[in-house]
Design a protein around this ligand. Structure first.
Ligand SMILES: [Zn+2]
Length: 157
């Protein structure tokens, strides 16, 4: 949100950044899903006490970041593993995860929106999250959860 940057890091991928810096490998059509059983097992290990749940203001930030109409995500349950920014002290939340997805992973906003509200059940790996307040990246990968999209291996959350 503060200093502009021309850098764009396509983390974890050898691919295919377009001229606009968008990582074209991430196509929702190609995202693999897990079985309902696997997803339920993952969810059964979820411990909300270890997570920060987005309040309405954080959800509004997510909507702003993704250029979607206010209220579309209202009432969604969004969680990010509890973590305080080591630099500015901000309690990171799901909007920081979305900020990271756009800024560091080079994801197109449309891809992120579809991932978050699509019908696919997706399990992804945990990842370092960038503080949207001071741009510092967390010193460890963080878990996250929203409806149909979550991290990690069962037992890890
Ligand atoms: Zn910070």
């Amino acid at each position: 949100m503060n200093k502009p940057t021309n850098e764009r890091h396509a983390t974890g991928s050898t691919a295919a950044a377009s001229a606009h810096g968008i990582n074209t490998v991430f196509d929702y059509e190609k995202v693999s899903t897990v079985s309902p059983q696997e997803f339920a097992l993952l969810l059964s290990t979820f411990d909300p006490d270890r997570f920060t749940k987005s309040d309405q203001f954080d959800i509004q930030r997510v909507e702003l970041l993704l250029d979607i109409k206010p209220g579309v995500l209202a009432g969604e349950n969004m969680y990010l593993e509890s973590y305080k920014c080591q630099s500015c002290g901000k309690q990171l939340a799901f909007s920081d995860f979305v900020y990271t997805a756009i800024k560091d992973a080079g994801h197109h906003k449309s891809f992120v929106v579809h991932t978050l509200i699509g019908a696919k059940m997706i399990r992804n790996k945990h990842r370092p999250v960038r503080c949207s307040n001071c741009d510092t990246v967390s010193d460890k990968p963080l878990n996250y959860w929203i409806n149909n999209y979550q991290c990690c291996n069962s037992g890890n959350i």
